[in-house]
Design a protein around this ligand. Sequence first.
Ligand SMILES: [Zn+2]
Length: 516
Amino acid sequence: MRKRLIVSLASAAALLLAVPAAASGPPAGFGAAGVGDPYYPTYGNGGYDVSHYDLHLKYQPATDRLEGTATLLATATQNLSRFNLDFALDVSEVLVNGRAARFATTGEQELEVTPAVPLAQGAQATIVVRYAGTPSKVSRYGFTAWLRTPDGGVAAGEPESAWWWFPSNDHPSDKATFDVSVLVPDGTQAISNGILTSQRSSLGWTRYSWRENKPQATYLATLAIGHFDISTGTTPGGLPVFNAYSKDLGENAGAARASVERTGELVDWLSGYFGPYPFSSAGGYVPNVPTGFALETQTRVFYSPRQFASGSNSSVVVHELAHQWYGDSVSVQHWSDIWLNEGFARYAQWLWSEHENEGTAQELADYVYATHPAGDAFWNVKPGDPGAENQFDIAVYDRGALAIQALRNTVGDTAFFEILKGWPAERRYGNASIAQFQAYAERISGRPLGDLLQTWLFTAARPAAPAAGAKGQAEAPQGLSASAAPGAPREPRSWKQIAATNAVHEHEHAREHGAR
Ligand SMILES: [Zn+2]
């Protein structure tokens, strides 16, 4: 393993502090290098909790040079003589509570920080990190999540994207509020999450200041710099909407706008199912990137232009906006809980199809079930615990939504829609596991759901019966393909549009992940 060690020459006094020699295991007082995620053991860190990120950045679109000062407000959850941040750019200085701290980089994205004065459990810490780099040139695990565009750059990726633009405790279990302020040359825009609180120009440079005032997971923080056409407004419910479109989307420009401009309408429509929208702004942006995925970055959804290459797609907008409740406001406890994000975002697309008279959720469920015969590899993926390599497999989406239809048919529509709306309120701005969802759904419905979820989420085989409605739906006999089965469900009219969003979380680096 390549190991790089950087010692801050500026903190000469700190050099006098001896670092305990690495004996057997991490010494007491060292924060863990990972938060304990079963899929990504080195992601996030132990020993502290961040409540706020203040990012003061400067970006040169011509060279992709990013300079920044990050100020993190944190609380030690144990005695800490050393702790880690996750970061990949070059660090020049670290201060903890105003005093120079020693720091070193290890592994792929670990920044080890040794404060001049150890932190006691419960102590508040202000951590300042000065840094710079060219994020598009920084590769970790064989990829970069920073997307270079002809006129700037974009940070968007799941589960990793923060390493390329700010130091963090990079795991959804540690959410925090954000102030992001970016200095860019006049004529260039900088877009991030939440509300644009100020925009000031001086001497050829403009500073854009953004605020996300609700807790946000680090992978849901986004930054886009480039030349954009901006569209602002409010929903009928009074929510501010901010959308942005790269000026060079070419022939995708019309379809992109025809889709993303429906954000306000679709937020209000989804509120009918999921309850009040949890954030103080909404919107999306479409930068000129060559990728194919979209991502539910908080309040400001990232869309690749390719999502609109075949025309407008309101379904992908529904998917990403559904995540604002299922994924952003209520975030996974561990990445293995990904069904709580993707199953429900896909199910929202089924509800939209039903609303648009393009196929009911039951018809979509029947079709998914019928098109994957027993023995199809589709059934090998357990949506409730897919493994890191299959975290964004199509089965997490389609079988995940099938599981939700099975839940609906088991508890009945009244309890089902009460659960659908009540869960985001129950866990608002927090984190949750699938087990906690099960307990909640059992409480609301009054039914034991362990066997149902075991069958649909945690078994690597095709369930014996489809997620049938009360009427009893046609079932493709096992071993027969749907087309060969008499009375097999027809393809719902919405199917192709929903399928067109399947690159939603496509990862350019999927192979690298799989090999890890
Ligand atoms: Zn999704």
